[in-house]
Ligand binder design. Structure first.
Ligand code: C2E
Ligand code: MG
Ligand code: MG
Ligand code: MG
Length: 292
């Protein structure tokens, strides 16, 4: 539908107002199809324990294998998933896939924790803790394998409610991480009494470390503060050896980033792990290959 629109000069032009709306509707229909026809998949990015230099876990990150547009990243579709009220459905699919993969790794004798991102909207679902508990149990996994990554906006919206939900989740034995820490308005003082285990320092603090001593100092003091509250610190966005070494020096617990590996399909991660292990077996220095 076309609508007259005034321009700054007072002339009327006709704008195809609905072109965006049409595309939105089309994507929405495609999204529903994607959920039903198994077009979503997970990539996994390794998390390194900096004290031991070993791979301790992975983060599952959703992708959409769109039949025409190819592989789509979360930024391209999660907003629409939220708007369309499809987040609970997506969350369910992501959990099923992530836990199936965790089970497969367990059967291969790999001890990897599995981190799954939970949107604030999916945490509104009061049945979620029970369902997560059931899914973990059905796979014969230890609940401690699972790490739930939640963002600050959820914690800030309603502190009492967040506290109650996190307490229920944690009672299952799963671990809770606060994702993108530092980008929201929460502070360590605010987080102090919440039942959480880890902070994931946002990549916007980690990426400039190598070039900016003040950025590095900020990261160092944030790690020290987190530790003083008994929280483990994970740095995301580690893109080079300088940041990696600095984080290790500051006592950061874990690191994740393109320097070690981009998020990749499970089979690629297996190959990466095998390569790493054979390097260690040969007693070669453990050097991370740069991003593929
Ligand atoms: P996030 O949870 O903070 O995940 C980290 C993002 O940073 C990922 O982007 C990852 O690919 C990227 N990243 C990791 N290392 C580096 C690095 O060294 N440099 C840079 N520049 N980037 C790095 P991705 O996969 O595009 O995901 C974006 C966001 O989408 C995630 O941010 C998370 O908030 C959301 N998301 C992803 N999967 C899911 C999901 O299954 N459910 C929900 N609710 N949200 C998800
Ligand atoms: Mg995350
Ligand atoms: Mg993050
Ligand atoms: Mg992020």
């Amino acid at each position: 539908m076309y609508r007259a629109k005034s321009t700054r000069t007072g002339h009327h032009v006709y704008v195809d107002d609905d072109s965006h709306g049409d595309e939105r509707l089309r994507t929405l229909a495609e999204l529903r199809t994607a959920l039903h026809e198994d077009q979503l998949l997970l990539h996994y990015q390794p998390k390194i324990d900096l004290a031991t230099d070993t791979v301790c876990g992975v983060e599952a990150l959703v992708r959409w294998n769109h039949p025409v547009r190819g592989l789509l990243y979360p930024d391209a579709f999660l907003g629409l998933v939220e708007e369309a009220g499809l987040m609970p459905a997506l969350t369910h699919i992501v959990f099923e896939k992530a836990l199936a993969q965790a089970e497969a790794w367990q059967e291969d004798g790999r001890e990897l924790s599995m981190a799954v991102n939970l949107s604030a909207s999916s945490l509104v679902d009061v049945d979620l803790p029970d369902r997560i508990g059931d899914m973990v149990e059905a796979r014969g996994l230890a609940p401690s394998v699972l790490v739930l990554e939640i963002t600050e906006d959820f914690l800030m919206a309603d502190r009492d409610r967040a506290h109650a939900i996190l307490t229920r989740l944690r009672a299952l034995g799963v671990r809770i991480a606060v994702d993108d820490f530092g980008t929201g308005y929460s502070s360590l003082a605010y987080l102090r009494d919440l039942p959480i285990d880890e902070l994931k320092l946002d990549k916007s603090f980690v990426m400039p470390m190598a070039d900016d001593p003040r950025a590095a100092a900020l990261v160092a003091s944030t790690i020290a503060l987190a530790h003083s509250l008994g929280l483990r610190m994970v740095a995301e966005g580690v893109e080079n050896s300088v940041a990696y070494a600095e984080l290790a020096g500051y006592g950061c617990d874990m690191a994740q980033g393109f320097y070690m590996s981009r998020p990749v399909p499970a089979a690629e991660l297996d190959a990466w792990l095998a390569k790493r292990e054979s390097a260690i077996g040969l007693r070669q220095p453990v050097a991370f290959s740069s991003a593929p």
